[in-house]
Design a protein around this ligand. Structure first.
Ligand code: SF4
Length: 305
């Protein structure tokens, strides 16, 4: 930075540099990357540049996981070929990252289906919008703005891939989390004081998350929240105990969840394992019906157990 430069010209050149960087990175730049790329610019000037650009509506601020992303706003409205595109774009924009069904767009826009299909196709080709398969309805798509990341109610989150629930992946994580907690529990048995033993058997989700990351069994970057979801299933299975402790470093409500393996207080009785008690089609199940205990794999497994 030239010391003879005036504050306004420093700000102006920093702004140009910032906008050029965003222009070169269509998907946006994380806060961390920006700090590296604009290292030579004073942090206060950087903050001023970001605030000015946000206020002028030149950029948008997105959140991906725990990261902030700065992205150049594309004035898509200039690219409209006709009023229909404008109307459809506004409807889709209002739906945000939850997206909107074609039927809803049709009701709101009052466009005939053939015309609407054509408009949607054109806008998809122009990369103004995109269609995303939703896990809530098989074979149905929702439309959203091209630059939006679909929310987890659409994608299903970490545990879904191409609309399929990754049951094997979840099972492996479930086993590994439990294994870690059991090991911790067994190591804690070596301590003589009962209080120390109990405290040493607990661990935070962040600790288990680090362990899972080091194992390298996941292709996706699992967050602590993802691991907490897995731990929650172990709590419901009666294998793990969860408790909250005061933690001044916690970014949330000043508390942190900790977990430890336990010996289940109840062993599964034969009646508890019976599948018919929770079967959603039990009322349609008859000995000579289409759904019957004779053909039922769950019922047969139960008797083979
Ligand atoms: S036999 Fe199978 S299908 Fe019938 S009620 Fe039991 S679990 Fe459901």
């Amino acid at each position: 930075m030239d010391p003879s430069e005036s504050p306004s010209s420093i700000l102006q050149s920093a702004k140009s540099q910032f906008l050029n960087l965003l222009g070169d990175n269509e998907k946006g730049i994380t806060d961390k990357t920006l700090g590296t790329l604009m290292e030579s610019i004073d942090i206060a000037v950087r903050a001023q540049v970001i605030n000015d650009c946000l206020a002028a509506g030149k950029i948008e601020l997105l959140k991906q996981g725990k990261q902030l992303i700065y992205k150049l706003k594309v004035d898509s409205r200039q690219a409209f070929d006709n009023d229909e595109e404008n109307v459809v774009y506004t409807i889709i924009e209002e739906a945000g990252n939850r997206g909107i069904w074609m039927r809803e767009i049709r009701t709101k826009s009052k466009l005939p289906i053939t015309q609407l299909s054509k408009v949607l196709k054109t806008m998809e080709n122009k990369k103004m919008i995109k269609s995303v398969k939703s896990i809530s309805a098989y074979k149905k798509k929702v439309y959203m703005l091209y630059n939006l990341e679909p929310c987890t109610s659409v994608t299903g989150g970490t545990w879904y891939s191409n609309n399929d629930f990754e049951s094997e992946f979840v099972e492996i994580l479930n086993q590994q989390c439990y294994k870690y907690l059991v090991k911790k529990f067994e190591t804690s048995r070596q301590l003589s004081s009962p209080i120390e033993r109990k405290n040493a058997s607990y661990c935070k989700s962040s600790e288990i998350c680090d362990y899972i990351r080091k194992l390298g069994i996941s292709k996706v970057n699992l967050s602590e929240e993802d691991i907490e979801e897995i731990l929650e299933t172990l709590v419901y299975d009666g294998k793990v105990e969860k408790t909250c402790i005061n933690d001044s470093n916690s970014p949330e409500d000043g508390t942190t969840k900790i977990y430890r393996a336990i010996n289940p207080s109840l062993t599964m009785t034969s009646l508890m394992r019976m599948p018919c008690g929770v079967c959603p089609v039990a009322s349609d199940c008859h000995i000579d019906g289409f759904i019957s205990p004779i053909k039922c794999i769950y019922f047969n497994d139960y008797f083979e157990f």
